[in-house]
Design a protein around this ligand. Sequence first.
Ligand code: COI
Length: 354
Amino acid sequence: MEIKIQKTTAPKAKPADETKLGFGHIFTDHMFVMNYDAGQGWHDARIIPYGEISLSPAAMCLHYGQEIFEGLKAYRTADGSVQMFRPDENFKRMNVSAERMVIPQIDEEFVLGALKQLVEMEKDWVPHTDGASLYIRPFIFATDPYVGVKPADHYLFMIILSPSGAYYSTGLNPVKIYVEEKYVRAVRGGTGFAKTAANYAISLKGQDEAHNQDYEQVLWLDGVEQKYIEEVGSMNIFFVIDGEVITPQLTGSVLPGITRKSSIELCKKWGMKVTERRITIQEVAEAYDAGKLDEVFGTGTAAVISPVGHLKWGDKIMTINDNKIGAVSQKLYDTMTGIQYGKLPDEFGWIFKI
Ligand code: COI
């Protein structure tokens, strides 16, 4: 499929101070759009000026949330070039999410090529500052003007780009996490593994209550027994207990994170014992009491590697590693960002150059 290009006639000024980008507030000059109509498939691929879109008030995505998305980043290297980290994995996961949400499959190779073309056009927007990057948000949503509940016949696929800094305002400083016991994020047979808006909407109430208690994020427990640890919503979670790296296994209600998968691969390469299994919050608390909970950290595209300094479970407040970043978290952060920003060799073939 050909990609039509319409360039903006009114390019915006680039952010003057890259240390104050924040996360996800600023958008570049262009975006990628493609339509789907039943019987016709995906068509009309185009890169057009970034701007508002017109949608029927009856558009099905607004009523029943038939939507999926992805998150990845483009990084500026020391020689000025631009590269992405495992973008093929994002489009592969997008098709898994699409299948669950009854959204038509995309041609992964085609959209990767379209993304490459878009980032190439917008490469001057990729920040030059360490720790900042161009956040990439591909998404698909149902557009049929219809208020009945059914899988839609019409969709838009879009990619927008946002020069961004750290996701958490604390940067690499440890975050405070609150173990949620009242609400659940995902249930057996639900959509927990898919990257769909509903999983984020359902998390807002818990997050809001955590914020009111001065905690940044919520650690979700399983939706059946509320015993087993799942994920943080904005990131997957890892525990280092007595030298062993443990992360909840992918049971269907946890997002299969690409940074999660890459962290497991790195730790294994370093000869560490890494286990994907079910782990209860009780076990974590017992390890803490026994002085064996060495580190807790989250992994995600937006969050990168995010150390957890405090974990609150009911009345119990666990202060982890003296509220300091631990050795495994630091090594993972340095290696992951080293590969992403081209400072370390790409031994795994994870880098996609623009
Ligand atoms: C990402 O890490 O890219 C995500 O999509 C998570 C979102 C909370 C920003």
